[in-house]
Ligand binder design. Sequence first.
Ligand code: GSH
Length: 213
Amino acid sequence: MKLFGYWRSSATYRVRIALALKTLDYAYEPVNLLKGEQKSGAYLARNPLGLVPALEIDNGAVITQSLAIMEYLEEVHPSPTLLPADPVLRAKARAIAASIACEAQPFMNLGVQTYLKTEGNFDDVALKNWLEARTGAAMAAVEKMLAETAGDFCAGDAPTIADCCLVPQMFGAMRFGVDVSGLRRMNEIYERCSKLPAFEKAHPMNQPDAVKG
Ligand SMILES: N[C@@H](CCC(=O)N[C@@H](CS)C(=O)NCC(=O)O)C(=O)O
């Protein structure tokens, strides 16, 4: 398998965590978002949306969208599982993952932010307020969802796809200055996950394309 991604991409980070939790080997091909490599013809042939991640599997097929990639990994490599056994909790783990991936993260996306700055004349303050209003609000909603589902992790007492999404979301939100201080459960789970070797391995700073300093 080959993962096309970018060290600081939260969507790529989700997939790296899932791969590490399942102890799967893969090659990593960096796609430099700041250089626009995601919009190159070669990359668009893999993912017409021009977004990372993309996972090329051994028969040459390419899977895009981090949630679809994690579901694929779960189906092909079911152990250790990244979904709770109980069907309701399983659905809720998926709902938390989707709430982060579809309702919180998209507003932090490079392309969206660049458009707002260049076409919408957003300055730094307007951008920060907008991020709080959209990403911050979605994260506050996830915090409420966790009241019902969380044990040691987002959905019960083992890491699931919800945790694969939560950790990169917290990392990205902090990077963009979104106030996460009131999200008690999310902070606790973030701290707990961060101590696990799989999450550490997947951390942006531990990737070959990380820019240090
Ligand atoms: N829904 C997609 C989101 C992917 C996404 O937003 N990728 C970002 C990095 S986290 C990206 O490639 N941005 C490049 C750009 O906006 O040009 C997924 O979950 O895979």
